[in-house]
Design a protein around this ligand. Structure first.
Ligand code: 1GP
Length: 246
């Protein structure tokens, strides 16, 4: 197991709930403020940074952002790839993902085939992840040609999570979509936690400590927030603190 996987595993085994901060390089207008922002998030207790986005990320911008985050905080920087253009040797690891409910072969296998030689060349640690996009009305759903999961059918999400686990993925990422109007239903992590041992990441549309806490208590092991960092840093800090206090 690689360094980042070990870091996460040790924390999870201690019973900690984890928080990841997502930084989309396409939305960083001013790199000079990023260091201060990163320190603030680090001091609040975020456990790692995800770097990536669906649209407009270049390897250069992902590299610049990763370098600043790593240097400022020493926390792991994990690429969260919208596509292969997000890959950079400046990060530590990559969520090596399959968009499980995509209808598009590119997101099921071809992107991974394109990415694999680069991941190896860059020395990025792959974190095998099943990625499940729940709602149909978000950028990631549009770009990824997603077949949405009916919110009142947690058993479908469970079936995907079990398939992910049986195929050897270490993580299932339940995604509402960045900036989604609502987070994923709590019943999804609840049912998956009850019936499988896979590590559950939940993100998208989380804008309050209460929502983050509810999802973590329902079974999410790792909470991801992105948009709130851009919109309201104080709120982002309070979300991180509340997750880390569980
Ligand atoms: C998106 O899950 C992440 O991929 C975070 O979503 O930007 O809505 O916090 P938000």
């Amino acid at each position: 197991m690689g360094k980042v996987a070990n870091y996460l595993k040790e924390k999870l085994e201690r019973g900690e709930k984890l928080h990841f901060t997502l930084i989309d390089p396409a939305k960083v207008d001013d790199l000079s403020v990023l260091e201060k922002l990163a320190l603030r998030l680090h001091d609040a207790g975020t456990d790692a940074f995800l770097v990536g986005g669906s649209i407009g990320v270049s390897p250069e911008s992902a590299g610049e952002v990763s370098t600043i985050l790593k240097k400022a905080t020493g926390l792991p920087v994990i690429i969260f790839p919208g596509n292969i253009n997000c890959l950079t040797p400046k990060a530590d690891a990559v969520l090596f993902m399959v968009l499980m409910n995509s209808l598009e072969p590119y997101y099921l296998i071809q992107a991974q085939v394109q990415a694999a030689p680069l991941v190896k060349k860059y020395g990025l640690e792959p974190l095998p992840t099943g990625y499940l996009v729940v709602y149909g009305d978000t950028a990631v759903a549009h770009v990824g040609r997603v077949q949405p999961i009916p919110p009142e059918k947690p058993e479908i999400a469970l079936a995907y999570a079990l398939a992910a686990e049986m195929m050897g993925y270490r993580f299932i990422y339940l995604e509402a979509g960045s900036g989604a109007s609502k987070p994923v239903p709590e019943t999804f992590p609840q049912l998956i936690k009850k019936h499988s041992g896979i590590t559950i990441i939940v993100g998208g549309g989380i804008k309050s400590p209460e929502t983050a806490n509810r999802l973590a208590k329902a079974g999410a092991d790792i909470i991801v927030t992105g948009t709130i960092v851009e919109e309201d840093i104080e709120k982002a800090v309070s979300i991180i603190r509340s997750v880390k206090s569980l």
